[in-house]
Write a protein that binds this ligand. Structure first.
Ligand code: GUN
Length: 297
Protein backbone atom coordinates (compact mmCIF):
# COMPACT_ATOMS: atom_id res chain seq x y z
CA UNK A 1 0.00 0.00 0.00
CA UNK A 2 1.34 3.42 -0.93
CA UNK A 3 -1.58 5.63 0.12
CA UNK A 4 -1.60 7.61 3.36
CA UNK A 5 -4.15 6.13 5.73
CA UNK A 6 -6.72 8.67 6.93
CA UNK A 7 -7.34 7.47 10.48
CA UNK A 8 -10.99 8.32 11.17
CA UNK A 9 -10.91 6.57 14.53
CA UNK A 10 -8.11 8.79 15.82
CA UNK A 11 -9.58 11.91 14.21
CA UNK A 12 -13.00 11.20 15.74
CA UNK A 13 -11.37 10.87 19.18
CA UNK A 14 -9.78 14.31 18.65
CA UNK A 15 -13.13 15.83 17.61
CA UNK A 16 -14.85 14.30 20.66
CA UNK A 17 -12.08 15.74 22.84
CA UNK A 18 -12.68 19.22 21.34
CA UNK A 19 -16.42 18.82 21.95
CA UNK A 20 -15.80 17.71 25.55
CA UNK A 21 -13.54 20.75 26.20
CA UNK A 22 -16.18 23.10 24.82
CA UNK A 23 -18.94 21.41 26.83
CA UNK A 24 -16.86 21.84 30.01
CA UNK A 25 -16.47 25.57 29.24
CA UNK A 26 -20.23 25.95 28.60
CA UNK A 27 -20.88 24.43 32.01
CA UNK A 28 -18.29 26.51 33.84
CA UNK A 29 -19.06 29.83 32.15
CA UNK A 30 -22.80 29.60 31.44
CA UNK A 31 -24.14 26.74 33.59
CA UNK A 32 -25.30 25.08 30.35
CA UNK A 33 -25.31 21.37 29.49
CA UNK A 34 -26.08 20.40 25.88
CA UNK A 35 -28.75 17.69 25.70
CA UNK A 36 -29.33 15.09 22.97
CA UNK A 37 -32.52 13.01 22.70
CA UNK A 38 -32.46 9.87 20.56
CA UNK A 39 -35.71 8.19 19.59
CA UNK A 40 -35.69 4.54 18.55
CA UNK A 41 -38.86 2.85 17.35
CA UNK A 42 -38.83 -0.95 17.17
CA UNK A 43 -36.09 -3.49 17.68
CA UNK A 44 -33.87 -3.33 14.60
CA UNK A 45 -30.61 -4.87 15.93
CA UNK A 46 -28.26 -2.56 13.98
CA UNK A 47 -30.21 0.52 15.13
CA UNK A 48 -30.04 -0.68 18.74
CA UNK A 49 -26.25 -0.93 18.51
CA UNK A 50 -25.98 2.59 17.03
CA UNK A 51 -28.31 4.11 19.61
CA UNK A 52 -26.42 2.53 22.52
CA UNK A 53 -23.14 3.78 21.15
CA UNK A 54 -24.54 7.31 20.61
CA UNK A 55 -25.83 7.43 24.19
CA UNK A 56 -22.52 6.26 25.64
CA UNK A 57 -20.45 8.81 23.72
CA UNK A 58 -22.89 11.63 24.49
CA UNK A 59 -22.35 11.04 28.21
CA UNK A 60 -18.57 10.69 27.72
CA UNK A 61 -18.31 14.24 26.33
CA UNK A 62 -20.28 15.57 29.30
CA UNK A 63 -23.65 16.07 27.61
CA UNK A 64 -27.08 15.02 28.79
CA UNK A 65 -28.32 11.92 26.95
CA UNK A 66 -31.98 10.94 26.76
CA UNK A 67 -33.18 7.79 25.03
CA UNK A 68 -36.76 7.05 24.08
CA UNK A 69 -37.25 3.42 23.05
CA UNK A 70 -40.73 2.86 21.67
CA UNK A 71 -42.54 -0.27 20.53
CA UNK A 72 -42.57 -1.06 16.80
CA UNK A 73 -46.36 -0.59 16.82
CA UNK A 74 -46.17 3.00 18.15
CA UNK A 75 -48.67 5.23 16.34
CA UNK A 76 -47.69 8.26 14.29
CA UNK A 77 -49.74 10.47 16.63
CA UNK A 78 -47.83 9.23 19.69
CA UNK A 79 -44.47 9.76 18.00
CA UNK A 80 -45.51 13.24 16.85
CA UNK A 81 -46.53 14.08 20.42
CA UNK A 82 -43.14 12.90 21.73
CA UNK A 83 -41.27 14.99 19.13
CA UNK A 84 -43.36 18.02 20.02
CA UNK A 85 -42.58 17.60 23.72
CA UNK A 86 -38.85 17.35 22.90
CA UNK A 87 -39.13 20.46 20.68
CA UNK A 88 -40.53 22.33 23.70
CA UNK A 89 -37.96 20.95 26.20
CA UNK A 90 -35.31 23.62 26.86
CA UNK A 91 -32.84 21.05 28.22
CA UNK A 92 -32.82 19.24 24.86
CA UNK A 93 -30.79 20.89 22.06
CA UNK A 94 -30.62 17.98 19.61
CA UNK A 95 -33.25 15.46 18.54
CA UNK A 96 -32.44 12.38 16.47
CA UNK A 97 -35.10 9.94 15.28
CA UNK A 98 -33.24 6.77 14.31
CA UNK A 99 -34.02 5.61 10.77
CA UNK A 100 -35.36 3.44 9.26
CA UNK A 101 -38.76 3.72 10.94
CA UNK A 102 -41.32 0.89 10.79
CA UNK A 103 -43.31 0.95 7.53
CA UNK A 104 -46.55 2.38 8.94
CA UNK A 105 -44.81 5.62 9.98
CA UNK A 106 -44.33 8.53 7.56
CA UNK A 107 -40.61 9.34 7.84
CA UNK A 108 -40.77 12.66 6.00
CA UNK A 109 -43.67 13.92 8.07
CA UNK A 110 -42.01 12.94 11.35
CA UNK A 111 -38.55 14.31 10.48
CA UNK A 112 -40.15 17.58 9.35
CA UNK A 113 -41.96 17.86 12.69
CA UNK A 114 -38.59 18.23 14.50
CA UNK A 115 -37.66 21.85 15.29
CA UNK A 116 -35.07 22.58 12.51
CA UNK A 117 -32.79 24.21 15.13
CA UNK A 118 -32.71 20.87 17.01
CA UNK A 119 -32.44 18.70 13.87
CA UNK A 120 -28.89 17.44 14.54
CA UNK A 121 -29.21 14.95 11.65
CA UNK A 122 -29.73 17.83 9.19
CA UNK A 123 -32.60 15.92 7.53
CA UNK A 124 -35.38 18.53 8.01
CA UNK A 125 -36.45 20.07 4.70
CA UNK A 126 -35.50 23.55 6.01
CA UNK A 127 -31.95 22.42 6.72
CA UNK A 128 -31.73 20.72 3.32
CA UNK A 129 -32.79 24.00 1.68
CA UNK A 130 -30.42 26.11 3.78
CA UNK A 131 -27.47 23.84 2.91
CA UNK A 132 -28.44 23.90 -0.77
CA UNK A 133 -28.44 27.70 -0.79
CA UNK A 134 -25.19 28.04 1.17
CA UNK A 135 -26.83 29.33 4.36
CA UNK A 136 -26.10 28.38 7.94
CA UNK A 137 -27.84 25.07 8.72
CA UNK A 138 -27.52 21.80 10.59
CA UNK A 139 -25.42 19.56 8.34
CA UNK A 140 -25.88 15.75 8.08
CA UNK A 141 -23.27 14.02 10.25
CA UNK A 142 -21.67 11.56 7.82
CA UNK A 143 -20.95 14.11 5.05
CA UNK A 144 -19.77 16.61 7.69
CA UNK A 145 -17.31 14.00 8.98
CA UNK A 146 -16.05 13.35 5.43
CA UNK A 147 -15.61 17.10 4.86
CA UNK A 148 -13.64 17.49 8.10
CA UNK A 149 -11.27 14.67 7.09
CA UNK A 150 -10.79 16.14 3.61
CA UNK A 151 -10.10 19.63 4.98
CA UNK A 152 -7.70 18.19 7.53
CA UNK A 153 -5.79 16.27 4.87
CA UNK A 154 -5.75 18.89 2.08
CA UNK A 155 -6.26 22.26 3.73
CA UNK A 156 -8.10 23.97 0.86
CA UNK A 157 -10.28 21.87 -1.48
CA UNK A 158 -10.75 24.77 -3.91
CA UNK A 159 -10.73 23.78 -7.58
CA UNK A 160 -10.45 20.04 -6.96
CA UNK A 161 -12.46 17.57 -9.05
CA UNK A 162 -14.72 15.63 -6.67
CA UNK A 163 -16.83 12.64 -7.65
CA UNK A 164 -19.53 11.53 -5.22
CA UNK A 165 -20.74 7.99 -5.85
CA UNK A 166 -24.34 7.69 -4.68
CA UNK A 167 -27.25 10.12 -4.58
CA UNK A 168 -28.90 9.42 -1.22
CA UNK A 169 -30.47 12.23 0.80
CA UNK A 170 -28.40 11.21 3.85
CA UNK A 171 -24.95 11.16 2.25
CA UNK A 172 -24.57 11.68 -1.52
CA UNK A 173 -26.60 14.86 -2.04
CA UNK A 174 -25.46 16.76 1.09
CA UNK A 175 -21.85 15.64 0.45
CA UNK A 176 -22.04 17.16 -3.02
CA UNK A 177 -23.41 20.43 -1.57
CA UNK A 178 -20.62 20.62 1.01
CA UNK A 179 -17.92 20.00 -1.61
CA UNK A 180 -19.48 22.66 -3.81
CA UNK A 181 -19.43 24.99 -0.81
CA UNK A 182 -15.67 24.38 -0.58
CA UNK A 183 -15.32 25.27 -4.31
CA UNK A 184 -14.80 21.77 -5.72
CA UNK A 185 -16.03 20.86 -9.19
CA UNK A 186 -18.58 18.21 -8.24
CA UNK A 187 -20.01 15.26 -10.12
CA UNK A 188 -22.67 13.02 -8.58
CA UNK A 189 -22.46 9.57 -10.14
CA UNK A 190 -25.01 6.79 -9.57
CA UNK A 191 -26.28 3.46 -10.87
CA UNK A 192 -27.35 4.94 -14.22
CA UNK A 193 -24.15 6.91 -14.87
CA UNK A 194 -22.61 6.09 -18.25
CA UNK A 195 -18.99 4.87 -18.23
CA UNK A 196 -18.58 5.08 -14.49
CA UNK A 197 -14.86 4.10 -14.53
CA UNK A 198 -14.11 7.06 -16.82
CA UNK A 199 -16.04 9.47 -14.59
CA UNK A 200 -14.29 8.23 -11.43
CA UNK A 201 -10.84 8.39 -13.10
CA UNK A 202 -11.21 12.20 -13.44
CA UNK A 203 -11.49 12.67 -9.70
CA UNK A 204 -9.00 14.23 -7.30
CA UNK A 205 -11.46 13.27 -4.53
CA UNK A 206 -13.74 10.21 -4.58
CA UNK A 207 -16.46 9.84 -1.95
CA UNK A 208 -18.07 6.40 -2.28
CA UNK A 209 -21.50 6.01 -0.69
CA UNK A 210 -23.39 3.38 -2.66
CA UNK A 211 -23.65 0.46 -0.24
CA UNK A 212 -22.15 -2.07 -2.66
CA UNK A 213 -19.21 -4.05 -1.25
CA UNK A 214 -15.85 -3.39 -2.93
CA UNK A 215 -17.50 -1.93 -6.03
CA UNK A 216 -14.70 0.50 -6.87
CA UNK A 217 -11.49 -1.23 -8.01
CA UNK A 218 -8.05 0.39 -7.93
CA UNK A 219 -7.91 0.81 -11.69
CA UNK A 220 -10.77 3.36 -11.50
CA UNK A 221 -8.64 5.58 -9.26
CA UNK A 222 -6.32 8.25 -10.64
CA UNK A 223 -2.88 8.05 -9.01
CA UNK A 224 -2.73 10.36 -5.98
CA UNK A 225 -6.50 10.69 -5.53
CA UNK A 226 -8.03 10.92 -2.05
CA UNK A 227 -10.59 8.16 -1.47
CA UNK A 228 -13.24 8.55 1.24
CA UNK A 229 -15.11 5.29 1.67
CA UNK A 230 -18.50 5.70 3.36
CA UNK A 231 -19.60 2.09 2.75
CA UNK A 232 -19.98 -0.34 5.63
CA UNK A 233 -20.86 -3.73 4.15
CA UNK A 234 -20.74 -7.11 5.84
CA UNK A 235 -19.47 -9.89 3.57
CA UNK A 236 -18.71 -13.58 3.91
CA UNK A 237 -15.04 -13.93 4.90
CA UNK A 238 -14.93 -17.50 3.57
CA UNK A 239 -14.04 -19.16 6.90
CA UNK A 240 -17.58 -19.25 8.28
CA UNK A 241 -17.10 -15.71 9.58
CA UNK A 242 -18.05 -12.31 8.17
CA UNK A 243 -16.03 -9.11 7.84
CA UNK A 244 -16.72 -5.44 7.14
CA UNK A 245 -15.66 -3.92 3.84
CA UNK A 246 -16.26 -0.58 2.18
CA UNK A 247 -17.61 0.38 -1.24
CA UNK A 248 -14.02 0.53 -2.52
CA UNK A 249 -11.69 -2.41 -2.91
CA UNK A 250 -9.16 -1.35 -0.27
CA UNK A 251 -6.32 -3.63 -1.37
CA UNK A 252 -6.18 -2.32 -4.95
CA UNK A 253 -7.32 1.27 -4.30
CA UNK A 254 -4.70 1.78 -1.58
CA UNK A 255 -1.88 1.00 -4.02
CA UNK A 256 -2.95 3.87 -6.33
CA UNK A 257 -4.64 6.47 -4.12
CA UNK A 258 -2.74 9.29 -2.44
CA UNK A 259 -4.84 8.86 0.71
CA UNK A 260 -7.64 6.54 1.74
CA UNK A 261 -9.99 5.89 4.67
CA UNK A 262 -10.09 2.30 5.96
CA UNK A 263 -13.26 0.32 6.73
CA UNK A 264 -13.77 -0.06 9.61
CA UNK A 265 -12.04 2.87 11.34
CA UNK A 266 -12.54 5.55 8.70
CA UNK A 267 -15.78 7.46 8.16
CA UNK A 268 -17.84 5.40 10.68
CA UNK A 269 -16.41 6.85 13.91
CA UNK A 270 -16.62 10.39 12.48
CA UNK A 271 -20.41 10.17 12.13
CA UNK A 272 -21.09 9.99 15.88
CA UNK A 273 -18.35 12.57 16.60
CA UNK A 274 -20.17 14.95 14.23
CA UNK A 275 -23.51 14.21 15.87
CA UNK A 276 -21.99 15.40 19.15
CA UNK A 277 -20.46 18.42 17.38
CA UNK A 278 -23.89 19.28 15.91
CA UNK A 279 -25.54 18.98 19.33
CA UNK A 280 -22.95 21.37 20.76
CA UNK A 281 -23.47 23.77 17.83
CA UNK A 282 -27.26 23.64 18.33
CA UNK A 283 -26.85 24.41 22.05
CA UNK A 284 -24.56 27.39 21.32
CA UNK A 285 -26.95 28.79 18.70
CA UNK A 286 -29.99 28.33 20.97
CA UNK A 287 -28.24 30.40 23.64
CA UNK A 288 -26.79 33.08 21.37
CA UNK A 289 -23.21 31.95 22.05
CA UNK A 290 -20.26 31.69 19.67
CA UNK A 291 -20.17 28.40 17.75
CA UNK A 292 -17.30 25.95 18.25
CA UNK A 293 -14.57 26.61 15.69
CA UNK A 294 -13.68 23.84 13.21
CA UNK A 295 -16.68 21.71 14.16
CA UNK A 296 -19.18 23.09 11.65
CA UNK A 297 -19.30 23.32 7.85
N1 GUN B 1 -29.81 5.39 10.37
C1 GUN B 1 -28.63 5.17 9.76
N2 GUN B 1 -27.87 6.29 9.74
C2 GUN B 1 -28.59 7.23 10.35
C3 GUN B 1 -28.33 8.60 10.65
O1 GUN B 1 -27.29 9.19 10.32
N3 GUN B 1 -29.35 9.25 11.30
C4 GUN B 1 -30.50 8.64 11.65
N4 GUN B 1 -31.43 9.38 12.27
N5 GUN B 1 -30.77 7.38 11.39
C5 GUN B 1 -29.81 6.68 10.74
Amino acid sequence: MSATLIDGKAFAATVRGQVADHVARLKADHDLTPGLAVVLVGEDPASQVYVRSKGKMTVEVGMKSVEHRLEAETSEADLLALIQSLNADETIHGILVQLPLPGHLNEDLLINSIDPAKDVDGFHISNVGLLGTGQKSMVPCTPLGCLMMLRDHHGSLSGMDAVVLGRSNIVGKPMAQLLLGDSCTVTIAHSRTKDLPKVVRRADIVVAAVGRPQMVPGDWIKPGTTVIDVGINRIDAGDGKTRLVGDCDFDTCSTVAGAITPVPGGVGPMTIACLLANTLTACCRANGLAEPEGLTA
